[in-house]
Design a protein around this ligand. Structure first.
Ligand code: UTP
Length: 297
């Protein structure tokens, strides 16, 4: 049986061109969704799922991510001296019991290439990958990573992938799998990157969380670059499948929606959902929106 998995890799090096101009001089992973930047939700989710060490794969213009997870003694002192003690709890996340590591992807050659930068850090250990631009579950409440780690421990596969059912007309935006069974955990027979609705083998989309064994690194070395000059993680997982390795899918539950902050449509959706469920301001916002819609009618 595999030991527990305590390490995670968060790739945050992407250019975020689909969110320009918002991402011209700030990382998309630092865009706020209601009160917190995206990547803070990702880190909090990983901590709640038992992760102890996180490697960020960063790139140019991403230093604000490193700063965000540092202690800011000056800000603390300022809040204390100006009697704003109540705001100190907003910085509680700085005390998360996690160790952070950073490395830089030199050139943005795709998600698969970014993962390859983790090789010397993860060594012979299996590890979690959580995309830095995707939140799973409202306010990062998901425990899917724990379920994926359990599936990994019990079945010893090469890879476990989180999956979310998407509307059939949206399959062309995602990596889609061909499932080899039903239920919450099942084998995956194949993966197709952004298929047309006619070609799609199902409506189960890869949902931004993976557990990978070190065999992924050799597969990444063999993975050719795609038309855009990128190395895709899905292509590397497909190589593992072709070699006869086991790949499992774990479904997100209905409470574990995946929020992709990679395009404006789903970013707006996420912001609205998170703001509407804000414990202090959510109900006021709902009332104001209802009023506004009544006026428009
Ligand atoms: P995307 O596929 O959304 O790519 O990345 P992108 O480059 O960030 O965005 P667009 O397409 O230009 O709008 C998915 C995840 O993989 C990371 C991103 O930071 C994001 O968390 N990534 C992507 C890298 O770390 N390196 C890359 O070369 C590409």
């Amino acid at each position: 049986m595999n030991p527990d998995i305590h390490i995670a890799v968060i790739p945050v090096a992407g250019l975020g061109t689909r969110l320009l101009p918002a991402t011209k001089s700030q990382p998309k992973e630092m865009l706020p969704v209601a009160r917190k930047p995206v990547v803070q939700y990702v880190v909090e989710e990983l901590e709640a799922n038992g992760i102890k060490q996180i490697l960020f794969v960063t790139g140019r213009g991403k230093t604000s991510i490193e700063n965000h997870f540092d202690f800011d003694h000056e800000l603390m002192r300022h809040l204390r001296e100006t009697g704003k003690e109540e705001l100190i709890q907003e910085l509680e996340y700085e005390r998360l019991r996690l160790q952070f590591f950073f490395t830089r992807q030199r050139k943005q050659k795709g998600l698969g290439d970014a993962i390859a930068y983790a090789r010397h850090f993860t060594g012979a250990r299996p590890f979690v990958v959580a995309l830095g631009d995707s939140i799973v579950g409202l306010h990062a409440s998901s425990r899917v990573v724990q379920r994926m780690v359990r599936a990994f421990r019990e079945n010893n596969p090469a890879c476990v992938i989180a999956l979310e059912e998407v509307p059939p007309e949206s399959v062309s935006q995602y990596g889609i799998v061909k499932p080899g069974g039903e239920g919450e955990v099942f084998p995956i027979l194949d993966l197709v990157e952004k298929p047309s609705p006619q070609e799609a083998p199902s409506a189960l989309a890869i949902a931004a969380r993976y557990v990978l064994s070190p065999s992924i690194y050799e597969a990444l070395e063999e993975t050719p670059t795609d038309r855009r000059g990128e190395i895709q993680l899905t292509d590397a997982i497909r190589i593992l499948l072709r070699q006869g390795e086991k790949v499992l899918g774990v479904r997100l539950s209905s409470q574990e929606r995946r929020y992709d902050i990679g395009n404006f449509q789903s970013y707006f959706d996420a912001f609205v959902d998170f703001a509407l469920s804000d414990p202090q301001l959510g109900s006021q916002l709902r009332e104001r929106l209802e009023e506004r819609f009544r006026e428009d009618r």
